[in-house]
Design a protein around this ligand. Structure first.
Ligand code: FMN
Length: 182
């Protein structure tokens, strides 16, 4: 047994699986758009900050820069088709929420709505935006956080009750185990 060498650019798949989120943002008329995102990480607890790597080519990047807010919506394993829908078309040409079964709920603090069926929904204001290579690091300040009641056990996910959708890359998905390793 040993390690095999892969191209440096392929390292991205070696840091996955990662939970899939739909990032929801709005245009200047208030019309919502969503895009799938897996390159997401917390960066700070106090203040509560997260980073999502978004290509500047995405319509979502343009919308977040304009409206200065967005929501992060974590999906469960039953939502693979939604992840593919929101990750395959651009909101520049397709109204993805019209094609989707997912519904939107009004946020309390930010203008962008959140997904009512999400496992977790985070209302975020745009805190900063840094160059990160071919993606931009969008830093969001978490203003409000919601989670399905049954999905939570002492602050963490209860994986016996919720199956988080995880992305391996290249169109491949998996999910969480039924029980913890420890
Ligand atoms: C599961 C999944 C995860 C993705 N993660 C990201 C990501 O983290 N960052 C990114 O820029 N694009 C990511 N994409 C690609 C965008 O979702 C895709 O380009 C989308 O069509 C952009 O939509 P928009 O132009 O409406 O913003 C991902 C796609 C899939 C299917």
């Amino acid at each position: 047994m040993g390690l095999i060498e892969v191209k440096p650019r392929s390292f991205v798949y070696l840091l996955q699986p990662k939970p899939v989120a739909i990032i929801v943002s709005i245009d200047s008329s208030g019309k919502p758009n969503g895009m799938s995102a897996a390159w997401l990480t917390p960066t700070s607890r106090d203040p509560p900050l997260l980073a999502v790597a978004i290509s500047p080519k995405r319509y979502t990047y343009e919308l977040i820069k304009q409206s200065k807010d967005f929501t992060v919506n974590i999906l469960d394993a039953s939502m693979v088709d939604e992840s593919e829908l929101f990750g395959s078309y651009s909101g520049r040409s397709v109204d993805k929420f019209k094609k989707s079964k997912l519904t939107l709920a009004r946020s309390r603090i930010v203008k962008s709505p959140y997904i009512a069926e999400a496992v977790t929904a985070l209302e975020c204001t745009l805190y900063n935006d840094y160059p990160g290579g071919d993606h931009q690091l969008i830093i969001g300040k978490v203003e409000k956080a919601y989670v399905r009641e049954e999905a939570l056990e002492e602050d963490t996910y209860n994986i016996a009750k919720v199956k988080i959708l995880l992305y391996l890359g290249n169109g491949k998905y998996t999910t969480t185990l039924d029980k913890q390793v420890t």
